[in-house]
Design a protein around this ligand. Sequence first.
Ligand code: SF4
Length: 447
Amino acid sequence: MHTNEVKIGNVVMGGGHPIVVQTMCNTHTSDVEASVAQCIRLSEAGAEMIRLTVPTPGDVKALAEIHGRLRGKGIETPLVADVHFSSEIAIAAAEIVEKVRINPGNFHKDFDKARAQFARLVKVCREHGTAIRIGLNHGSLGERITSLYGNTPLAMKEAAMEWLSLCAENDFSNAVVSLKASNTIVMVEAYRLLAAAMEEKGMAFPLHLGVTEAGNGDSGRIKSAVGISSLLSEGIGDTVRVSLTEDPENEIPAARYLADRYGGKLHSSLASISIEGGKATAIYNAPDRERLMLDMACDFGKMLLDRKIDEVELRGSYRGSDGSEVRLDNSAEAAYFEDELLQACRRRFYRPEYVACPGCGRTMYNLEETFNEVKRRTAHLKGMVIAVMGCIVNGPGEMADADWGYVGEGNHKVTIYRKKTPVARHIPENEAIDLLLELIGQEGSGN
Ligand code: SF4
């Protein structure tokens, strides 16, 4: 898909330029020391663009300091301000950093005011050479759009087109767009619809790809690779973020892999494949375990999502961390990878489905540790969708179709959600997982 060039500081995105690898800090932006240190680590790890959350006017000041300090140290990696719920903060941040991400679902409640504020934002961006990301998420589309189109890929596409039309009306082309979802089917469908709609309207805004709230570990990597690779293999996508509920440095190798593979710099370790009766049998000769997972997700994710095949059997081997050959044929680990792949493609659910945000400066508790504990204690709840979210501001909206949600309030308190409804508020952190399990149990036993 042809896209226009967008300039973000020293990075040019779109227009046939290499796929850009990006990530996001999980520090409190107001903690300038920690944020600068993390930006340096991320930049050294290969992040080509770094986002920071900017929830308050005080964070705008911190952002300016972080930006200044990094530039003072000769680190030119473009910074992106992530802004929700305040168009004024977006406008202020646009004077400081190279790009501002806004979420149309919460830019301004009143659409007429949103249009006026967006025109102001564009003016500032034009003056400062700042780019904009129109960053829509499946879980936070806004009432106006969902009342018209439901909470669907179509709604995501329509919302994005509305905002890209605002860019066109304001004669502003330095914009990128994203339509993230945690559900890989929804995510891929939304981007495909948008790519087709842009083409029809003669628009060519670069696309930022990501599976949001993908979780962590193997499942987070496989899920992200399935969604992102399905689109990159069709020529859709100019920049990627692999969102993991882990240290953001861990996101870079998986994102780099995707950028390199679809930039033609590396090839799958798949040695041979045969397909019969909807089942693909794949023989790998992978250099390591992570590579096997990512290769498998990219080789077969799209085929599973598009129902071209129904299952995959893994054979062959990968090299273990000690250099020894780890055989896959009929092994428990091969069966685990096959299950994870089918679950990431939503073709079969062998365990609960987890939705967990990566955390950011709004997170007020140890998200990674809590998420791992929730996973450990709910592993038996096959097919249930359980969300663990870092903040009460965006978390509930972003949980999309979760059955249960564990949402950090701050001050060591948690709210538990059943679907979209809070059912227990202000629960001390050390009691919240027990209560979550109790509530799930009560429902299950019909009490
Ligand atoms: S839901 Fe998570 S990633 Fe999103 S703003 Fe809240 S803490 Fe940050």
